[in-house]
Design a protein around this ligand. Sequence first.
Ligand code: HEM
Length: 364
Amino acid sequence: MQNQGNPKGRTYRRWGVTTIIAVYLLIAVGGIVRSTGSGMGCPDWPKCFGEYIPPTEASALPANYKDIYAEKRKEKNVRLIKYMQLLGKDDLATRLKNDPGMYIEQDFNATKTWIEYINRLIGAVIGLLVLGTFVASFQYFKTKPSIFWLSLSAVLLTGFQGWIGSIVVSTNLLEGMITFHMFLAILLVMILIYTVFQAYKTQLPEEQMQHLSLLKGIAIAAFLLTFAQTILGTQVREMIDVVAMRLGESQRGAWIEAIGLKYLIHRSFSWVVLVANLALVYFIQRGGASKLLRRVGYSVLVVTLIQLLSGIGLGYFGVPPYLQPIHLLLSSVMLGQQFFVFLALQNKRVATGHKQPLEQVVSI
Ligand code: HEM
């Protein structure tokens, strides 16, 4: 079944690609929220200070606004505590119940409020985009049901992600919750990449190159190692948040030293990630891959090198705030690229194996 030239297929692909780009944008904005300390810029959810458009001045709020929102978060956490107990997470439940730090409200700050508010607006747009992609997937219901079901799972995951976002706020940015929220965003991107790839499949070249199975193995290894490095990175970030609270903004230069071993492991593991990605790019270039795959291969190399530079910038120049969202974004971009390479290597077209010109392949 060829979708090429099929305007309906084109609609689905356009929605899908736009949604993928938008989710990456949201990951970057999420990083900006964190690096500017705006996560609690809106103390409630989904509204912000009880409004659809938040205030710009503290005078617009009641005098006791901190007590009001701390109380609301406590109420919301009662249910969460029950879930945690059901899941056997008693430590977390006790912390949610008794940790006074969980209910400290920040002073109103218009910039932080609006950064968090814009983050939520983009999240809402993504909700609509994911929904649009799902609606556009109806056409595949009979011909390629997997596209329909995966698009539906993206809608459900986006809803779940929104709920987890509300818990991140009600638990005052509990570290594990931020990490979980981030991994869900990466999972959403992977589902979308996989689904859109299925819709493009017949238009993409079938890779008939030397060392194909070796290359597939390297692609999987590069993905898994980068994923492991991402987990290590989130551990470093969780520690940075704790250290930042303890030492304060003025001691930014001392944050890295205060972390110790986890940072050193993350830094050293970069060599392993670099070697895996170099091997991936080398075999792609050498093995007679299609022009598209070779281009993606080069982009993997470029993103990996920029990621290493951003990590060096964070580690050696006092964790500059502007590098934090870049470092977070690039790690999810790397995972997306590697996943795409793997899918491209797996690609078996139903039709004849002849390759099409790249211009046709990349036109959406
Ligand atoms: C390809 C290699 C790398 C990957 C995939 C990677 C990935 C990550 C990720 C996902 C985070 C968590 C970001 C967040 O949740 O906001 C992180 C944090 C961090 N990484 Fe890396 N990293 C890499 C290399 C490096 C290198 C080479 C260094 C240092 C020399 C480094 C230093 C840091 C630091 C300091 C943090 C904490 C940043 C913060 O608190 O915002 N990383 N890394």
